[in-house]
Design a protein around this ligand. Structure first.
Ligand code: G6P
Length: 612
């Protein structure tokens, strides 16, 4: 989704802005633009629909734009179609104020109406231009940019991260946020604002996370932050551990491929520091046995793949905790008057920590008095900061829109928390606790073992890439895993695919099976292997082509019936999805590759969905 960068310093701003925007390309966008202030030319704005390269060509990599103060933006259209005019930055009518915006201004029509009555002429269809014009209106009224920003923020409703420059303030970069991420970065040659830390990693790892309602004024050497009442706020600086190289492709053809291969290390980093003397020790989450016993209801709330991680988590936790666990789509939960009270534990799962629906659901859970725990990958992200506790997945930066290591580290984190709670509740035997813990630590090696030979996934992708509808079937944890396998495939290859609980086949889906239909049958859950086999026989009898995923132990039996088999090493049944998902990720990847798709930036999708 939209990306913001801003710079004020002692270097030419435009090339820095373009490079920062390039680092955020992965978020998904449809147009891009920059505004730079120069002493001679005032505000210069360049923007264009399409790839960033168009903007880079237009400005000779930024070289054409003089000035050491500027803002840049990649837009993902919400209000107004993607075109040059609707692209950001937006400029006020007098050409003196330029602004970039992430988020949505909900009352923009009402404000626009009032400004139209004052004779303001609009050029775009966006909610953002309304803010630029309103800013000019108040600036003319009060003569102070900071005061004008304050007045605008009191007037607008919705979500926003803003980067603002004004021709009359040659040294000031102004920023403000509410419900949309924005950080300040401090470099040697100047200071930054960014909606995503990867945009500025090459320049600094010294950052400040802005909170909702705050306004910041940056110069080359200073940063002043104010709350919504304009009182100064002292902010804590954070050091970002990620290095710039981790967010680079490093010779791999795609980020997604690199990130699939990084999964063993990512799981190791997530799990290893949390196991001490054969016990789970959670840095960011501590409960007493009494507090754990007091929990009467558990919710997991998330979107997309994180929701699928929650579904795996539900199966695992219900087995371990002997308590009901509900997994809710955050977008549904927030409007469902959820049954949350002080005895409810709510787990918000989010790789980015910025997904707006998950954030809103978390706030609703807090409002109702629930105890909240975030499972996030991005340190300092909004969800991580707002939850009562946070357990980080240490996956490092994930750039491909379709998650892989983000998802698998979420599974590992949920396994850890599940074990921790089961231990407190006394619902897991010491033997099983020990066995799962040992297997959790062995997961990275078992995954590495599979990743030394994944030619099967590549080969079957080349055999099946031209199917136009694919079904995933499985039971229990295999079903949960199938949901994610199917989503991976449709996200990046644009093949229609659905995951079904195998038991439901006879209640409808089986009517869709025709000779040649590809069914990906998942049979890694040992206890239900025979049932999985029966379903394979069932769809084969209707002419389906079956690609099965099972464990090495069951490979031979499966191969007698299925047309093609991929097998993964065996682990504890509750952890099996962590291994089973890898061939599905690779299958999706290679299918998309065969179809010539833009794997890292699939059409219409965004990495972090910061609008409703
Ligand atoms: C987007 C991404 C998905 C991700 C989902 C939730 O749809 O494309 O890969 O699973 O958002 O994101 P989160 O950052 O909250 O885990």
């Amino acid at each position: 989704m939209c990306g913001i960068i801003g710079f004020v310093g002692r270097e030419q701003a435009a090339p820095i802005l373009l490079e920062g925007l390039r680092q955020m390309e992965y978020r998904g966008y449809d147009s891009a633009g920059v505004a730079v202030r120069s002493r001679e030319k005032g505000l210069q704005v360049r923007k264009s629909k399409g790839r960033l390269q168009v903007l880079a060509d237009l400005t000779r990599g930024g070289a054409d734009l003089e000035g050491c103060l500027g803002i840049g933006h990649t837009r993902w259209a919400t209000h107004g179609e993607p075109n040059d005019v609707n692209a950001h930055p937006h400029v006020s009518s007098d050409g003196r104020i330029a602004l970039v915006h992430n988020g949505i201004i909900e009352n923009y029509l009402e404000i626009k109406e009032q400004l139209l009555n004052h004779g303001v002429v609009f050029t775009s269809d966006t909610d953002t231009e309304v803010v630029a014009q309103l800013l000019e209106f108040h600036y003319k009224e009060c003569g102070s940019m900071l005061e004008a920003v304050g007045r605008v923020l009191r007037r607008i409703e919705g979500s926003y991260a803003f980067g603002i420059i004004c021709a009359d303030y040659p040294n000031a970069l102004i920023a403000a946020r509410k419900d949309s991420p924005l950080i300040l970065g401090f470099g040697e040659n100047g200071n930054f604002i960014a909606s995503d830390v990867t945009a500025i990693l090459r320049h600094t790892r010294d950052v400040v996370y802005m909170s909702d309602g705050e306004i910041a004024v940056l110069t080359a050497d200073s940063a002043d932050v104010f709350n919504h009442e304009m009182d100064p706020v002292v902010k804590e600086h954070s050091h970002v551990d990620w290095d710039a190289a981790a967010a680079e492709k490093g010779g791999y053809p795609h980020f997604m491929f690199k990130e699939i291969l990084e999964q063993p290390d990512a799981i190791q980093k997530t799990v290893a520091p949390r196991i001490r003397e054969n016990r789970v020790v959670l840095d960011g989450f501590r409960l007493t046995a009494e507090e754990a016993k007091n929990i009467s209801r558990i919710y997991m709330i998330a979107c997309g793949s994180a929701y699928h991680a929650g579904i795996v988590g539900k199966y695992v936790w219900e087995r371990l905790l002997r308590r009901p666990v509900e997994v809710a789509l955050a977008s549904e939960f927030r409007y469902s008057q959820p049954l949350v009270d002080s005895r409810t534990l709510v787990i918000a799962i989010s790789q980015s920590g910025e997904t707006l629906d998950t954030m809103a659901a978390l706030r609703e859970a807090k409002r109702l008095g629930g105890r909240t725990l975030a499972v996030c990958n991005v340190v300092g992200s909004s969800i991580a900061r707002e939850a009562d506790d946070v357990l980080y997945t240490w996956a490092g930066p994930e750039i491909a829109v379709a998650t892989s290591k983000g998802y698998s580290t979420q599974l590992a984190a949920l396994d850890l928390i599940g074990l921790y709670l089961a231990d407190l509740l006394g619902t897991v035997s010491p033997a099983e606790y020990g066995e799962i813990l040992t297997e959790l630590q062995r997961l990275p090696d078992k995954m590495r073992q599979y990743l030394t030979d994944y030619a099967g996934a590549q080969y079957f992708a080349s055999r099946y890439f031209n199917h136009d509808s694919i079904f995933f079937i499985g039971r229990n944890l295999d079903y949960a895993m199938g949901l994610e396998g199917s989503l991976k495939l449709k996200e990046i290859s644009y093949i229609h695919s659905e995951a079904y609980a195998s038991g439901e086949l006879k209640h409808g889906t089986i009517s869709l099976i025709e000779p040649g239909t590809l069914v990906v049958a998942l049979g890694t859950h040992a206890a239900l292997f025979d049932k999985a086999m029966s379903n394979v026989v069932e769809v084969k009898a209707r002419g389906a082509e079956v690609l099965a995923v099972t464990t090495e132990t069951h490979r031979e039996r499966m191969a007698k019936t299925a047309d093609a088999v991929l097998s993964v090493p065996e682990t504890h049944p509750l952890l099996q999805p962590s291994l089973g998902i890898v061939p599905l990720q690779l299958f999706a990847y290679y299918v998309a590759l065969q179809r010539g798709c833009d794997i890292d930036k699939p059409r219409n999708l965004a990495k972090s969905v910061t609008v409703e």
